[in-house]
Write a protein of this length. Sequence first.
Length: 339
Amino acid sequence: MLDYGKFILNAGKFYGDSEKDKGIQTSEDAKYYARSIKFEKFNNEGQTMVTQFTVKHEQNIDCGGGYIKLFPTDLNQEDMNGDSPYYIMFGPDICGAATKKVHVIFNYKGKNHLIKKDIKCKDDEYTHLYTLILNSDNTYEVKIDNKKVESGSLEDDWDMLPAKMIKDPNFQKPDEWDDREKIDDPDDVKPEDWDKPEKIPDPDATKPNDWDTEMDGEWEHPLIQNIEYKGKWKPRKVENPNFKGIWVHPKTVNPEYTPDVNLYKYDNIGVLGLDLWQVESGTIFDNFLVTNDAKYAEEYANQTWGITKDGERKMKEKLAEELKIKEMDTVIDSDKYEL
């Protein structure tokens, strides 16, 4: 059994309101975390479903997850782990400079499908609001801090269904089709004096006076770069008179494709959970919301995160300024001591 990290209730080192900004915070480094809450099961058939929460990486996280998952109601919460089947995974994930993205993963027919678009997440130390809107017309919208950052259709932006059109297997590029825009100039010839060695013996080098042939072997001139070396000769390129353009493979309807108007739909949604790994702890999660009203979700965000976010930033800036003054005083005192 995994030794899971502990969540604590905390507003963090800086906040807009010491009570309103309290959330559940990861508190142990290099740990897996698992926490979930069960609610009355529902399905989102014919409805919009909004999943929303806030994340604050006040530890300036370098590697760790900040996402949530929606599970079916039959999830064994005591045994929830990375292999537990889920419906939706959504939220930021950071690992070094290469990975700073928002995960949007949907489970369809037992398989998890990652979004094909790259959505950049926030990577500073402040609290940020993440919102996923899933509509019954198989469209979606992702918002960060109540502003749209991505949208589209489930069919286009995930590989849940086979492609509508595929390359027609009855067509192949004709053998005589020439798609080379440029070719080697048949009239271009390599100059007779082109071939020069890349390295040559250093003409200014001399054998050391203490060189012992019996002990050191036969002395050889050290090699230096040959300034006359021109590299490998290649003929110049010219327009290809037989160029026909890039051949485009004709497409045909994919016989394996069948549209599904219910890509968005999930039955028996009943658990919201955090299932993640963090190298450095300190992330605070708060303001969890699952609703069928996008307008309400926006208003709820404005009445929670929206009210305290400016105060949080001001407190962070004040603490940074106080720290700077303290460090300057320490340097001054140190200089006095040396004198």
